[in-house]
Design a protein around this ligand. Structure first.
Ligand SMILES: [Fe+2]
Ligand SMILES: [Fe+2]
Length: 254
């Protein structure tokens, strides 16, 4: 199996692996993003068992041992399962993640000490590229969740947000909200809570021109509108969950 490589913005590469056995028959893509620069950054290490595939893909773009930053959306196998394999092959590499993720998992699980990113922290990558880290706790899941905004291109590396099934194009200008709603109906992967709308609208305020999805195509266009539509859908889900709970509780109320 080989990763498909596409440049979705200047020096930002999507390394995509489609796994047909997950959510068949459409399957699910696992996307890893390499920001090729003086201090190269990988967003999503890939599953530990997928390391040879992602490593081979990175090797087609640069010497893997020059990787400097290992980043991801939250602590789960598909986001960071291969982080220690990367630390093993790239001597200058360091994991960088938010305070909660470092405190809860990475200070123990990473083979070298991670860099703790406060909300809003910036990493300069050289060559004009730079990322800003934003905490998005529990969104779409994981207490430690966060996203990265590459500021030159306006690319939001948004992890599991907008997850959809299937093996679509690398970059689309089409609808990504409808397929994300359908996938949420299928997986129930999001941690519904009242703060999600506000947190996602905060991302919309960044007005990203590209959204780099972990599971789905990358999107080019009005990222703010897509994020606001996703926030609206989560608000609807939270409201209906409260309403359903109220109905189930009401018979026992005095
Ligand atoms: Fe996840
Ligand atoms: Fe994921």
């Amino acid at each position: 199996m080989e990763a498909r490589i596409d440049e979705i913005a200047e020096d930002i590469y999507r390394l995509s692996v489609h796994v047909p056995d997950i959510a068949p028959p459409a399957g699910l893509t696992f996307n890893h993003f390499l920001l090729r620069s003086e201090e190269p950054l990988l967003f999503h290490t890939g599953l530990r068992r997928m390391f040879p595939i992602v490593h081979a893909a990175v090797a087609r773009l640069m010497p893997p041992e020059t990787l400097r930053w290992i980043t991801f959306g939250h602590y789960e196998a598909d986001e960071c399962g291969a982080m220690n394999e990367w630390l093993g092959v790239a001597p200058q590499a360091q994991v960088a993640h938010g305070q909660i993720g470092c405190m809860v998992s990475l200070n123990d699980m990473a083979d070298r000490t991670p860099r703790i990113l406060e909300d809003g922290a910036r990493i300069e990558l050289g060559g004009g590229l730079g990322v800003r880290y934003l905490d998005t706790p529990h969104i779409p899941h994981g207490w430690d969740a966060g996203v990265l905004l590459e500021e030159r291109s306006g690319t939001l590396l948004c992890g599991d947000l907008f997850t959809q099934v299937g093996d679509g194009p690398a970059l689309t200008e089409g609808d990504i909200v409808g397929p994300a709603i359908a996938a949420e109906d299928m997986f129930n992967a999001s941690s519904l809570h009242p703060g999600m709308g506000a947190t996602i609208r905060r991302l919309a305020a960044l007005a990203p021109g590209r959204l780099a999805l972990m599971h789905g195509p990358s999107f080019r266009g009005d990222g703010a509108s897509a994020l606001r539509a996703l926030a609206d859908d989560y608000d609807r889900r939270v409201d209906s969950a409260y309403a359903a709970a109220g109905r189930s509780l009401s018979p026992s109320r005095p």
